[in-house]
Every structure is written in C-alpha cells, then in structure tokens.
Design a protein around this ligand. Structure first.
Ligand code: HEC
Length: 173
C-alpha cells in the first residue's frame, strides 16, 4: 500500500514538473513549445504563423519576393512553399547553415501568404497543383483542404500584407 502511494506521489510530482516547465514562461518552456509546434504537436496561432512566415522566408531574400508575387508571376504559394523547401535542401547540401522547413511550418506559412497576398489555387486546378507538389504529402493534404477549413488562412482572408497588391479572387469570380 505504501509503495503505491509512493509511486502515485512520484507520478503526480512528475506531472506537476512537466506542467511547470511548460506553463510558467521561461527560456526552456519557450523552446519546448517552439519545438512542439515545429513538429506539429501543437498548432501555430495566426499571429505566430505570420511571424514565422516573415522570419523563415526572409533568410535568402527580402519579403518583397512574397509581397510582389502575383497570379501572373507563377504558381500559387502552396507550390512556391514546396519549391522553397527544395531550395533550402539544396543550400543545406551545399553546406549552407539553413534550417529545413518542417511540415507544420510549411502548412502554416503557405496559409499566411495565401491569406495576406492571395490564393490562386482555384485557377490552377487541383491536378496541376498536385503534380507540382511532387509527393509533398503535408502540402498535398493542405491543397485538399477547402480554403474555409484552413484556420490560419481563414483568419487572415480579410487582411492584406503592407506592400502587397492583394488579389481578391473571391470577389473577381
Ligand atoms: C534557402 C533559401 C530560401 C529560402 C529559405 C526561401 N527562399 Fe524563396 N527563393 C529562393 C531562391 C534561390 C529563389 C529564386 C531566385 C529567383 O529566381 O528570383 C527564390 C524565389 C522566391 C520567389 C519568387 C519566385 C518567382 O517565380 O518569381 C518567391 C515568391 C519566394 N521565393 C517565396 C519564398 C517563400 C514563401 C519562402 C518561405 C516559405 C521562401 N521563399 C524561402 C531561396 C529561398
């Protein structure tokens, strides 16, 4: 009986320690939470996703590249995000100090640029988009998710990134 109490006590103590490490803001909890989100265990909030998009996508070129991108420029952002993962892979292979985009990051970031700059996936047809995504399962899953069921993109759909010329496809069609 005493043994059980001890085990139960230790168990509770361990839970309290974990909650404490995560719930009380400190450098460790910040790191744990960031890693959990990077791995997709916890969702990115809309604000976090926007910050992520602006920081992660500006390590090789300025934000202008995204802000000035348009439906006449090339494929939709979901495909661009996949291409940027490829570029990142290539640069890492060449010895560059870059962090590869996780699936969770790519999904969050594609939604941010779709929401803030424009989403022209409907103009491309899902077959073309699938082909261009080259087996990138996470982004294919996003492509198959209706736009109104993408939480970050929905939250941003009435906003516009400063410096962009947002193309509002919903109104045009
Ligand atoms: C590892 C470096 C790297 C990172 C990180 C990166 N890019 Fe790029 N990006 C490039 C390179 C290289 C090009 C090609 C340059 C060119 O041709 O203008 C490019 C070009 C682009 C273009 C212009 C494409 C076109 O057809 O005009 C867009 C839009 C873009 N990037 C968006 C993004 C987004 C969104 C992210 C974040 C998901 C991102 N980039 C992160 C390297 C990177």
């Amino acid at each position: 009986m005493k043994k059980y109490k001890l085990v139960a006590g230790l168990f509770i103590l361990a839970i309290v320690a974990v909650i404490g490490a995560v719930a009380i803001p400190n450098p460790l909890s910040t790191q744990i939470l960031a890693e959990a989100k990077y791995r997709g265990y916890l969702p990115y909030s809309t604000d976090e996703a926007v910050t992520l998009a602006y920081t992660r996508c500006t390590t090789c070129h300025p934000a202008e590249k995204m802000l000035k991108y348009c439906s006449r420029c090339g494929p939709p952002f979901i495909v661009v995000t996949h291409s940027m993962k490829k570029y990142t892979e290539l640069m890492i292979q060449k010895g560059g100090n870059f962090k590869q985009f996780s699936d969770a990051e790519a999904i969050a970031i594609a939604q941010v640029w779709n929401g803030l700059v424009g989403n022209w996936e409907p103009d491309w047809g899902s077959k073309d988009v699938h082909k261009l995504l080259q087996g990138d399962e996470a982004l294919i899953r996003l492509a198959e998710t209706p736009i109104e069921k993408r939480p970050i993109e929905s939250a941003l759909k009435n906003k516009q990134a400063p410096g962009s010329h947002k193309e509002n496809r919903e109104i045009i069609h």
